[in-house]
Design a protein. Structure first.
Length: 190
């Protein structure tokens, strides 16, 4: 296990841990993020062989603690929520996913040659699809606040779907692709 630091957006220093095989070559690399409670160390129980794992701590949490960002999970989740530009979780997504993956690729460039195609994540973040350094970044946003979802079509094409209230009403009134069945008691059709 190694203590690591790397630079994220806004020149934010991010800390975490790195584990790698002791007596085997690194063939893949994995970013293991965390939830609202943060993390106090790496997860040694993960069943990976020949894999380098990075366990980043989001800004303000544990090894990425800062005086200007609360470390307490209840306060951290609300920090800067008044504006999208200042909401701490926007930066946390970059810290614990994209920038951590970039750090791994610098340390273990062979991981890119071993089939890393992209990163897929989501939650309460901005939905987007873009490519950086040959790696596809897919963030599906979330279904609750932004009503977005990531879909993959049979030909492999990815798309972000954005759902509006009007579409939801039409879908409820006119279900498409559903088998013909009698309506459930209490439900109207047409």
């Amino acid at each position: 296990m190694f203590a690591v630091t790397f630079t994220s957006l806004d020149d934010m220093r991010i800390g975490g841990w790195l584990t790698r095989p002791r007596d085997e070559p690194v063939e893949r690399s994995v970013v293991v993020s965390h939830g609202y409670g943060g993390r106090e160390g790496p997860d040694f129980h993960l069943p990976f062989r020949r894999v380098a794992l990075i366990f980043p701590c989001a800004r303000g949490i544990s090894r990425s603690a800062r005086a200007d960002i609360p470390g307490n999970p209840d306060d951290h989740v609300l920090h800067g929520i008044e504006q999208r530009e200042t909401y701490v979780h926007g930066g946390c997504a970059a810290d614990t996913v994209w920038c951590a993956a970039s750090a791994l690729l610098e340390l273990f460039p062979m991981a890119a040659r071993c089939g890393l195609d992209g990163v897929i994540c989501g939650h309460i973040h901005h939905a987007t699809l873009h490519e950086l350094n040959g790696v596809l970044y897919c963030n599906d946003g979330d279904w609750v606040e932004s009503c977005t979802a990531l879909v993959e079509y049979p030909d492999g094409t990815l798309e972000i779907l954005r759902w509006s209230h009007q579409q939801a009403v039409v879908a409820v009134r006119e279900p498409r692709g559903l088998p013909e069945t009698a309506p459930a008691p209490g439900w109207a059709t047409g």
